[in-house]
Design a protein around this ligand. Structure first.
Ligand SMILES: [Zn+2]
Length: 107
């Protein structure tokens, strides 16, 4: 299995899952019940995740998600993670690589 997307916003993750399913891609949603475990597990470890089951679907899934992310939904500028230097799309509130939040610029 391959993780293609994760976000603190479950609505967005669910929306992406629907989009992939509509394209015939088999997916799995992980950590969608985070409210039930909050308080017991660090929040970052229960971030909703979208996984693709078949490796063959991976390129298509990633392209789809990129397209969805490119759809204007605010015009957040891209930002560079202050922790690992990764360039992160503005729609992400947290670095997809290391999990640091965009608000944590100044250390
Ligand atoms: Zn980072």
């Amino acid at each position: 299995m391959f993780k293609v997307f994760e976000d603190f916003d479950l609505t967005r993750v669910g929306h992406f899952q629907s989009a992939l399913a509509a394209a015939g891609i088999r997916t799995l949603l992980k950590n969608q019940f985070m409210s039930s475990v909050m308080g017991e597990i660090p929040f970052v470890e229960v971030m909703p995740e979208l996984w693709v089951l078949e490796e063959a679907d991976l390129p298509r899934a990633q392209a789809l998600i990129e397209k969805l992310l490119a759809t204007p939904s605010g015009n957040e500028p891209d930002w560079v993670c202050s922790n690992c230097g990764t360039e992160v799309a503005g729609v992400f509130s947290h670095c997809w690589n290391c999990g640091r939040g965009s608000e944590e610029f100044a250390v």
